[in-house]
Ligand binder design. Structure first.
Ligand code: MG
Length: 203
């Protein structure tokens, strides 16, 4: 399986990092080794001094496909959760300045934490999903799927032009504003609507 991530999918987040609002999805990938399952331990990586959380809605692919048309895209994913796109921001800033790839900053072991998935049912309004994220019990991020620049279906259509999607692949759909630093001992928790789907302590 692979993990495809969208960057800068919320206007306010693009601005907070000083980036332009993109006219097509910014995509990057994480390998399978980046996946951190619910209840697995997360260890602060030794190579960074500025680890950031980015809470995101995550989709799970349920059908193989490539060149998926947007109008058919919704049949290619059937489960959703919240996840954390952990980012070594100091390392990423150096990569960006040098024009180098981001993988060291974004795709390291454990950098794609996911919560427990819930099934997407026909009554779920995909443009009206609220999610939030707390650090040590204090809410630091709030997102709404209606604020995404690129919808779930347009992301699937775009990504599958370049990369075949396979059953079990995950799509991180981008983070809203409010990203910030976490340190050893912080307790991070992510909610879909009111439901806590992911909780971990940084070790
Ligand atoms: Mg992200």
């Amino acid at each position: 399986m692979k993990i495809v991530c969208v960057g800068r999918n919320y206007v306010e987040h693009a601005k907070e990092l000083g980036n332009e609002v993109p006219d097509e999805p910014v995509i990057f990938m994480k390998p399978k080794t980046a996946l951190l399952q619910p209840a697995a331990s997360f260890y602060y990586p030794a190579f960074t001094n500025e680890l950031h959380y980015e809470c995101e809605l995550v989709l799970r692919i349920c059908k193989n496909g490539h060149y998926i048309q947007e109008r058919h895209a919704s049949s290619y994913y059937n489960a959703i959760t919240v996840g954390i796109d952990f980012t070594a921001r100091d390392v990423q800033d150096i990569c960006k300045k040098k024009g180098l790839p981001w993988e060291k900053a974004k795709a390291f072991d454990g950098s794609a934490a996911v919560g427990n998935f819930i099934d997407i049912t026909p009554d779920l309004d995909k443009k009206n999903i609220r999610f939030s994220f707390t650090k040590n019990g204090e809410r630091v991020q709030q997102g709404h799927s209606g604020d995404m620049i690129f919808s779930f279906d347009s992301i699937i259509a775009h990504v599958s032009k370049y990369f075949s999607l396979n059953i079990g692949d995950l799509i991180f759909t981008g983070t809203p504003s409010g990203v910030g630093e976490c340190v050893v001992g912080d307790v991070l928790e992510a909610f879909l609507e009111e439901d806590s789907l992911l909780k971990l302590e940084v070790k």
